[in-house]
Design a protein. Structure first.
Lengths: 275, 573
């Protein structure tokens, strides 16, 4: 991956809170099941933080509430000064939260380029009637979008000649890269990565980890990871939040988390012995 | 030669299927319906062609299996013979036991005589079986000829078929244009003459064999030339096409123009539905509702005999009609926003029926006229006849309706192609691929679904509006579910999301049955058959969208590029 495109980081608003995202007292109840109970969770600007926890701990549920897939039963989510509790996914995307999926979900039968162009959707203005009349502004916007898409292809390390390939024909690793490029196309402030190294071999995992670090550094992004691979989480994140049975059981730096007896008991215990 | 027993068994099986298909075609009466229709007079009728296709196809299919050439040919021969031999006892039985006709009405002595070449049934059936074997062999031989040559020969045969089918239309036109001699050379008693068939075949073969390399060379040359020259050439090509389209009714005459009007009408409808189904992936089976709304609104506003009695000119009424249809699109779209796939299809099917029943209902009769409908819709341009001064054309009836349809088709195709390659079109495609992810990527699903419904409805209502002015009246019987099904079939046949595909689809599904009146009774059977064959042989449609073709046939073309990329990426780690 060649790090040749590096737009300047967003100039930090001096009056803005040091926290990009503040979720307070999030509770999510499905019928009788409490998937998330009273979770407080903050993400500082330009940080890389992770959520870990055993299967069924409520990580994905929490993620889905941040992205607006369903509203929390109670609690509030403040993103960059806006209360986004109960916003729909496309509104959340427009405000600047981009995401990838645990099991890759590209627009399979669209070309690589078109996938990124759709990612750019929220930053484009052209309406259907503009498109019919083919105004000069529309044409400029289309050209700029293609330009941007090609920059992103280069950024995530995809070759330009795959741009007309159907997304589903890419090899697995490249599909992951494309998914990241699609998420980046909307110029997100916060990037949510759902197990970005799932199914990758150690070499690819190392590469992805480095790439995540570079995204934060070069693009000034804030990144939230959900991850099972402990090496990735420990290596890359500044703060780790541990969920178990829908509750937050620990929070802290990797070193603190590694030493936390509750975490070891709930989650790391089995793995730490084998690792 | 030692050939595995399995491959012979396969040939027998394929032949048996072909034989059963032939039996079925006879039993439903389609063979007899075409028995009178000459292709080459005194030599081949369309009924015979119909009987020949299954053994031919069986031979072609079975010869596709790998093996030595001789055994592939033999397999074709065997498959053809089996298909004929399956037919033989059935024929003899049906001839000997007339009671068969109490159940299978169409197996008449006439059709038995036709199949057995007027010989006694037993002998005739054997002759027929022999012919089927030869056809199977021919099919197998076709499979073994090089593709280029095969394509040329197939075009020759198709040419004979097409020119003979066009006889009722071409013959009078040729005479009108002072080409009576050509007409006499080609045609005799509703079919081609033998010299005519030979000439037609030769003409098509020569044309195809010169045209294909010429076109390749020309397109290479154009691709190599500078962009400004390319743009000029494209402009000239487009101009020629438009001139041809404008002159078409005058060349074709009023009968063929009537066919063209229907082809155009369905093209327009299919262009509209293509936005909803092809682009946005919303399977709408109630599209006829928009067609009906367009018709009725036009009738209400323009007919002096309608309950409103406004008698507005068409072009004044049109904006109101389009607006009304777009609102109907929103009205129907809103409740189904949360439905996906099969459920959406079923609910829209219901909406289509509701629309028809509403137009038919007693409650609305004071306004919509119930079963009687609304009469007195004035012609689209206000007059029934237009004389074109310099060219001396007199346009009336279908030759006149053709022009607004052409105009709206071009308009709709233009709008559709602009939308397809825009932010809007991509948002629709994303929605079709994965609704949840599209929404999370920032596509406002609600708005884009409604937009697709409203635009599709607007185009559909244009079709309805023109249809009303063409017929001069509207009545609810016209708007049944078959319209929706037909339009959907056109899109599937032509290729989902493809604009040229829509035109080809309606030429085949609307144009052909109009030319072959004998088809009318078997229209749905033919639609079903065509769709089944398409789904197996060419699921992407006749003229597919480029990406769609790759989507369905990616496993057949090797993609060294992708492999090279993944390798390079792996090395990069």
């Amino acid at each position: 991956m060649e790090p040749n495109v590096a737009p300047a980081p967003e100039p930090a608003d001096p009056g803005a809170s040091p926290l990009l995202l503040e979720a307070s007292a999030i509770t999510k109840q499905f019928e009788g099941l409490v998937a998330n109970r009273d979770i407080d969770f903050n993400i500082p600007r330009n940080a890389i933080v992770s959520i870990i926890g055993p299967n069924g701990a409520g990580k994905t549920t929490f993620f889905n509430q941040l992205t607006g897939i369903y509203p929390p039963t109670s609690g509030t989510i403040i993103f960059d000064g806006d209360n986004i509790t109960g916003f729909s996914p496309h509104e959340v995307a427009e405000l600047g939260i981009g995401r990838t999926y645990q099991n890759i979900r590209l627009f399979q039968n669209m070309t690589v380029l078109a996938n990124i162009q759709v990612g750019r959707h929220v930053r484009m203005k052209g309406q259907w009637f503009h498109a019919i009349f083919g105004t000069a502004r529309i044409r400029r916007e289309e050209e700029a979008t293609i330009q941007k898409a090609r920059e992103l292809l280069a950024l995530v390390g995809l070759r330009r000649r795959v741009e007309d390939e159907l997304a589903k024909n890419l090899p697995y690793g490249d599909q992951r890269r494309l998914e990241v490029a699609r998420a980046l196309a909307s110029d997100p402030k916060l990037l949510l990565l759902d197990e970005p190294t799932a199914g990758m071999n150690p070499g690819e995992t190392r590469q992805m980890t480095e790439f995540i670090g570079r995204l934060r550094h070069d693009l000034g992004l804030t990144i939230l990871l959900i991850e099972h691979d402990m090496k990735v989480v420990m290596g890359v994140s500044e703060r780790i939040t541990v969920l178990d049975y829908g509750e937050k059981i620990a929070e802290g730096t990797p070193v603190e988390i590694r030493a936390n007896p509750r975490v070891i008991e709930a989650y790391l215990g089995k793995q730490a012995t084998s690792a | 030669m030692p050939v595995a027993f399995g491959s012979w068994r396969r040939a027998v099986a394929v032949g048996a299927v072909a034989g059963v298909i032939v039996l079925y075609l006879i039993a439903v009466g389609i063979v007899l319906a075409f028995a009178e229709r000459n292709m080459v007079t005194g030599f081949v009728t369309l009924g015979r062609v119909m009987l020949s296709i299954p053994p031919l196809a069986a031979g072609y299919l079975i010869a596709g299996r790998p093996g030595p050439i001789a055994s592939r040919l033999a397999a074709g021969l065997l498959a053809g013979a089996v298909s004929g031999l399956i037919l033989a006892p059935a024929l003899v039985f049906a001839d000997a036991v007339p009671q068969v006709r109490d159940i299978l009405l169409r197996i008449s002595p006439k059709v038995i005589a036709f199949i057995s070449f007027d010989h006694p049934a037993a002998f005739g059936a054997l002759v027929n079986a022999g012919l089927a074997a030869v056809l199977g062999l021919v099919g197998a031989a076709a499979r073994l000829t090089p593709p280029r040559l095969r394509a040329t020969l197939v075009w020759g045969v198709l040419g004979v078929l097409i020119i003979s089918m066009l006889e009722p239309f071409l013959r009078p036109r040729l005479t009108d244009f002072g080409l009576g001699a050509v007409s006499r050379l080609l045609y005799k008693s509703h079919g081609l003459t033998i010299p005519g068939a030979v000439v037609t075949f030769a003409a098509f073969v020569i044309f195809t064999s010169f045209w294909t390399p010429l076109r390749t060379r020309a397109s290479d040359a154009i691709a190599a030339s500078d962009p400004r020259r390319q743009a000029t050439l494209r402009g000239v090509g487009l101009l020629l096409l438009i001139v041809l389209l404008l002159a078409l009714p005058e060349i074709a005459g009023s009968f063929l123009s009537q066919v063209l009007v229907f082809v155009g009408l369905y093209t327009l409808l299919a262009l509209g539905l293509n936005i909803v189904v092809g682009y946005a992936g919303l399977l709408d089976l109630g599209y006829v509702a928009f067609y009906a709304v367009g018709s009725y609104l036009t009738a209400l506003l323009t007919s002096p005999l309608s309950s409103f009695g406004l008698g507005l000119p068409f072009w004044v009424a049109l904006p109101v009609v389009i607006l009304g249809a777009a609102l109907t699109g929103l009205f129907i779209g809103a409740p189904v926003l949360r439905l996906r796939g099969d459920y959406l299809a079923i609910v829209t099917l219901g909406f289509g029926e509701i629309a028809r029943i509403l137009f038919l209902s007693d409650a609305l009769e004071p306004w919509l006229g119930g079963t009687q409908g609304i009469l007195g819709v004035p012609p689209l341009l206000g007059t029934a006849r237009v004389d074109v001064p310099i060219l001396g054309w007199e346009l009336s009836g279908p030759t006149l309706t053709y022009y607004p349809i052409l105009f709206f088709c071009i308009l709709a195709a233009f709008v559709a192609s602009r939308l397809k390659h825009s932010r809007t079109g991509r948002a629709w495609n994303a929605m079709r691929e994965d609704e949840d992810v599209a929404e999370a990527t920032g596509v406002n699903i609600v708005n884009y679904k409604l937009l697709a419904f409203a635009l599709g409805a607007s185009v559909g209502c244009l079709g309805g509006a023109i249809f009303a002015t063409h017929l001069g009246s509207v009545y609810p019987g016209t708007f049944d579910v078959l319209v929706s099904i037909t339009v959907l079939s056109i899109i599937i046949l032509g290729g989902m999301g493809s604009i040229p595909g829509v035109v080809v689809g309606s030429l085949v599904l609307i144009g052909l049955p109009e030319l072959l009146r004998e088809f009318a009774e078997f229209r749905l059977l033919v639609y079903g058959g065509v769709l089944v064959v398409m789904m197996i042989a060419r699921p992407e449609g006749l003229l597919p969208d480029v990406t769609r073709r790759r989507e369905l046939h990616e496993d057949e073309e090797p993609e060294p590029e992708a492999d090279a990329t993944s390798l390079a990426a792996a090395e990069g780690t």
